[in-house]
Design a protein around this ligand. Sequence first.
Ligand SMILES: NC(=O)c1ccc[n+]([C@@H]2O[C@H](COP(=O)([O-])OP(=O)(O)OC[C@H]3O[C@@H](n4cnc5c(N)ncnc54)[C@H](OP(=O)(O)O)[C@@H]3O)[C@@H](O)[C@H]2O)c1
Length: 246
Amino acid sequence: MSGLVFISGASSGLGAALADTLPFEARCIDISRRGAAGLESVRADLSSPEGWDRTAEAFERELDGFRGERAVFVHAAGTLEPIELAARAGADAYRRAILLNAAAGPVLGQAFLSALGRARTRATLAMVSSGAAFLVYPGWSVYGPGKAALDHWVRTVAAEPAPPRGSGCRLLSIAPGILDTAMQERARSQDAERFGWVEEFRQLKRGGSLREPREAAREIWEILLGDAPSGSVIDLHRPAGSDDVD
Ligand SMILES: NC(=O)c1ccc[n+]([C@@H]2O[C@H](COP(=O)([O-])OP(=O)(O)OC[C@H]3O[C@@H](n4cnc5c(N)ncnc54)[C@H](OP(=O)(O)O)[C@@H]3O)[C@@H](O)[C@H]2O)c1
């Protein structure tokens, strides 16, 4: 199977695991600030409109005339930080985190759909969401609300009619469960005043409840290649004993 796969955030954690476990033959392009070892990368800061423009240009360039079997965009870039009570957060860091978590997904999703207008392929777009899209964690106001925006963007755009030209696209939003990545390390390193759930998250690590990113990545690929209907918002795993933490 020949394909073209874009993964934002393939320089680390789940995005890197998705690139490592790609189950079909494809050219894989990372979108991140640092770039991913061994992959082509679009170097872009996705908390800024300049980074969105650079990514949109890459979609246009690579998808123009694309006739491969499959085109995929997985938007995995995201940040938990600043973990802070909203009233105390610094305005600049807060604004950038909101732009990355809440705005970049819809903006880049729209750019991908638009670029597909000049391709003929089977296309899938997946947002990487989180249980925090519906669970409330004080201190995570730049994060959960952004994930909720991704879920609802997917539901909304999936309900729109197919485009008259080019390739339509299946849209999914997938929460991967709690993963053993740098993001979780940063969550565990907070003090309880900033993040009241910190002890529960430390306990998940001590209790071995965090999932390996490669395990979640394989499940995500199964879903992407499966038949879940467009517009599905899927929560992969709620580890036993942690119903209220994700
Ligand atoms: N870890 C979990 O328990 C968990 C649970 C549910 C959902 N998720 C979601 O899974 C996804 C991956 O998280 P992870 O745990 O793998 O985190 P991670 O190891 O911290 O990786 C985050 C990725 O996002 C990219 N990124 C961050 N800020 C960026 C920016 N301004 N511009 C471009 N790229 C940026 C990073 O690349 P650069 O630093 O190179 O830019 C990195 O590749 C995220 O969407 C996260 O919300 C994680």
